[in-house]
Design a protein around this ligand. Structure first.
Ligand SMILES: C[S+](C)CC[C@H](N)C(=O)O
Ligand SMILES: N[C@@H](CCS)C(=O)O
Ligand SMILES: [Zn+2]
Length: 326
């Protein structure tokens, strides 16, 4: 299948969803709410080893809440991360494949049940394979600083991402979701890799932001989006895991910088303390506020809206309800 047809998958979903599709919410957050202990360098990817059934349960909860897109459990699942835990390369690769399989199974199971019911408000969801930034793998909070140091070159970033990307693509997701990209160099690495690997499924690239204006590295979104705009393999670009009160202005900015679809799924507004590995209270927003924000973000031009860390299925239920009112 050609790239244009593949991009249609996402466009069709957006249209079926009434012009704006719903992304799921905080995945690791919901694992923790069920009691998972993930204070670990592998973070949520630990559950791929310890409790895959819980992963499926969380995916089903987000589908039930109205998510049109599931983001897989592979955010912090990396080959070097798994190898450093004593897993073999075969075991590590099979965990990556499993992250996609679990989400696809959840989607298929859910859709099999709801499609027979008349008057349901669901769409057949898409599965987006999560590719967390290099900073996520470092597990030192650098997905919010973008400061990787001078030894981290373009080639190093491509090497870091290459094999995981190949395995995730081979596992058969509908989309790729690059998440919390904090600087221009990594955006460039993602774009070049998609070309080098001739990836035919559509991707989105999302940046984090800590000041509501620039990428965490301080580089302008204008420079970052310049690189992404050149790629026909990237169908959407946006923001994830940044505070919600930054999002409206960032959508307006992105609208001026790109013709691509805009995807936003902010966190609750709490701040990640990368040393203590804890969320710190900050300017927090509840589900009711997300409901109000979601219509504003849609009206500003976002085509994909959801939540990231510290948001839950309740948040997504509220977002889905307000976006799907017809
Ligand atoms: C999105 S952050 C909260 C994920 C966790 C981080 N990469 C860490 O391992 O510390
Ligand atoms: N998809 C990941 C992103 C973390 S920033 C999650 O929701 O846990
Ligand atoms: Zn997040």
């Amino acid at each position: 299948m050609g790239r244009e047809n593949d991009n249609d998958v996402l466009e069709d979903l957006i249209e079926k969803a009434g012009g704006c599709a719903v992304v799921d919410g905080g995945f690791a957050t919901q694992l923790e709410r069920h009691g998972a202990s993930i204070n670990d360098p592998l973070w949520s990817a630990l559950c791929l080893i310890k409790d895959p059934n819980l992963i499926k349960r969380v995916h089903l909860e987000y589908l039930e809440a109205g998510a049109d897109i599931l983001v897989t459990s592979s955010y912090q699942a990396t080959l070097p991360g798994f190898l450093s835990r004593g897993l073999s390369i075969e075991e590590a690769e099979s965990l990556l494949t499993k992250s996609v399989r679990i989400a696809v199974e959840a989607r298929d199971k859910f859709w099999f049940t709801v499609k027979r019911k008349s008057g349901h408000i669901y769409n057949r969801a898409l599965v987006a394979a999560s590719i967390g930034s290099y900073g996520a793998y470092l597990a030192d909070g650098s997905e919010y600083s973008g400061k990787y140091g001078p030894h981290v070159t373009l080639e190093k970033l491509k090497d870091f991402h290459r094999r995981r990307l190949q395995i995730l693509v081979d596992a058969g997701p509908d989309l790729l979701a690059f998440e919390t990209i904090p600087n221009k160099l990594e955006a460039q690495a993602c774009v070049e890799l998609l070309d080098e690997e001739k990836v035919e499924i559509p991707s989105w690239i999302c940046f984090s932001s800590v000041n509501g204006e620039n990428a965490p590295s301080g580089e302008s979104f204008e420079d970052c989006l310049d690189i992404i705009n050149k790629s026909s393999r990237v169908c959407a670009v946006g923001i994830n895991c940044a505070p919600p009160h930054f999002v409206f202005t960032l959508i307006q900015k992105f609208k001026e910088l790109t013709g691509k679809a805009i995807v936003v799924y902010p966190n609750s507004g709490e701040t990640w303390d990368g040393v203590a590995k804890k969320w710190r209270p900050s300017k927090c927003f509840d589900d009711e506020k997300f409901e109000i924000f979601a219509t504003q973000w849609r009206d500003a031009g976002a085509k994909l809206i959801g939540g990231c860390c510290r948001t839950t299925p309740c948040t997504i239920r509220a977002v889905s309800k307000v976006l799907k009112q017809r």
